[in-house]
Design a protein around this ligand. Sequence first.
Ligand code: IMP
Ligand code: MG
Length: 178
Amino acid sequence: MNSIILDKKNFKKLINKAEIQGAVSELARQISEDYRGKTIICICILKGAVYFFSDLTKKIDLDIKTEFIELSSYEGALESNDVSLLKDIRSSIKGKDVLIVEDIMDTSKTLNFLIEHLESKNPRSIRICTLIDKRERRESDLKADYTGFEIEKGFVVGYGMDFNELGRNMDDIYVLEK
Ligand code: IMP
Ligand code: MG
């Protein structure tokens, strides 16, 4: 673990970097196949999805445009109740095929908020790609179109995901042990 602070807490390795890269390649292959011949707008949800987004988009064999959006998120391991928009995308997505790239889908509040927000901009289609689908606390029937890993529960850190803003730069994904 390349983090002194997190090393002192009880984290254990859950998904190693080879498994992550294997899943990212497979997601990129599916996406490239499904959108063959199209140009897509990939939207990265800051900050957590940034490493996943970077690896994924490099492996997608299509013409893509990138956009970045920032929404309010967790405070430590506790989430806040309302989602709010901190930074919007820059360009028009009207009539375009949009792929949202998320690090982890938990209650789904963030993605439900984002989809409503993006729909008001009249894209042709919106799909979701999430590296991790964490099912226990899901509050809607929203489903990702592309999922790297499914977990039931737990607080995970690494490969973009943070614990109080730390741990994003770790290559592997760790889970907080109770
Ligand atoms: P949701 O709105 O409950 O689906 O939460 C999604 C957001 O919360 C994600 O974009 C993450 O930023 C954050 N999040 C949820 N679970 C975790 C976790 O286990 N570790 C780090 N961040 C998480
Ligand atoms: Mg996030």
